[in-house]
Design a protein around this ligand. Sequence first.
Ligand code: NAD
Length: 457
Amino acid sequence: MSKLISINPSNKKVLGGIEVSTEKEIKEKITQGHKAKSGWRGLGVEGRAKILRKTIENILRRKEEIASLASQEMGMPITLSRADVDDSAHYFNWYLDNAEKYLDPEVIFENEKIKHTILYEPIGVSANIVPWNFPTSNFVWSVGQSLVSGNVVVFKNSEEVPLSGKLVEEIFEESGLPKGIFSEIYGDGEVGKILVNGDIDIICFTGSTNTGKYLYKVAAEKLIRAFLELGGSAPGIFFEDADIDRVLETIFANRFLYSGQICDGLKRLIVHKDVFNKTIEKLLERVRKARVGDALDEKTEIGPLVSQRQLERLEDQVEEAKSKGVKIVAGGKRAADLPGFFYEPTILTDIKPEMKVWKEEVFGPVLPVVTFESEEEAIKIANDTDYGLGSYIYTEDKERARRVAEQIQTGMVSVNNASYLQPCSPFGGCKRSGIGREHGKFGFNELTQVKVIAEEK
Ligand code: NAD
């Protein structure tokens, strides 16, 4: 039997290993799910929420252990890993607190003779597959709302964070969920393929656009739903009236924290020509102060990239840009004095649209910056991408912000320091960034099927 080996990206030391699930085990877990689904549905929202609350309690009780493992396995700075656990619990609680409101039967039509009642019913056995970049919230966002909606889940975490996956499985086991409601399998994309090609009723996927395309085809062949949260290349438009001192930390966080490994992180900065030099100066000043180091160090702001593979991919993107004449304002190379998969926080200018750092999703601490002259041009540059997940607008002019926000082709827009992250608000993208929305009433709609019952009065 082969093993997934977990490596600490801060120092390249082996943390442990987990056996890869066999085809037989995967099929058994799907079968267990089918056996368990009617019992889980029968508990109703209240019964399911009661059991799932225990899971949240256990997540919070083991917060330090979860956070520390995430930092060691994925390289997320420890202060951010702790916040990720707290945020995840907050989202999970919201799903449970609000499930009845959105899933209770609803009378949608009524006259003196008949009435129509809508039921929100679970879909069945859900195959949930996630990447490595937020070990706790990727998991909670993927499975929490689905479970309380009455689906049962076979979950696969990324091969980069198998120990975090195992810890989650342990927490679910100790929370007393009936067998088959939540089960986990381990492995890479090949294991994921076996899962999605098995007897499942819905695919819930978070990950790259390429994998999403494959899964959409699998779902089409089966004629089942595919809920896809994919990659992004978020533009940030910085207008001439924007207050750099007010928004600098937001820009820095959106590109450089988590080593730039955020799906909806700011990946292309588009700055008005009149304030270009000043903006670059301020960014450079902030980047120079950034504390890069071991993810377990409390002072670290930017940790390593998750893996050698991710580091090489980033390096390839920047090297290609160098060969085409990019200007390196900061960074532009590995952090050679550190033992892990570290890349220096990087700012690039003199960008050509065909460069990989501009055209592709860049999953690392690298910020390409270009200029614009008119609002129209800025919007055109922002929309000139296959992706449509997040976007950022920086201006003191509220009318302009709203006008531009309406024209940007993304699922989420943030103005200045305002975050669009809330468990009641939709998260997801358009274009090649995905299909469907997580959270809120939108997530409940994706994860249930509606039935209308017409009855005589
Ligand atoms: P990836 O697509 O390579 O892998 C994601 C998961 O899919 C892993 O568990 C992997 O084992 C599995 N997988 C890979 N090939 C598969 C296949 N053929 N069939 C079934 N499963 C398969 O993505 P990644 O590189 O691990 O993650 C980074 C990507 O995830 C980035 O593009 C990022 O933007 C995206 N992401 C999106 C969101 C979102 O909410 N939109 C959130 C986090 C990350």
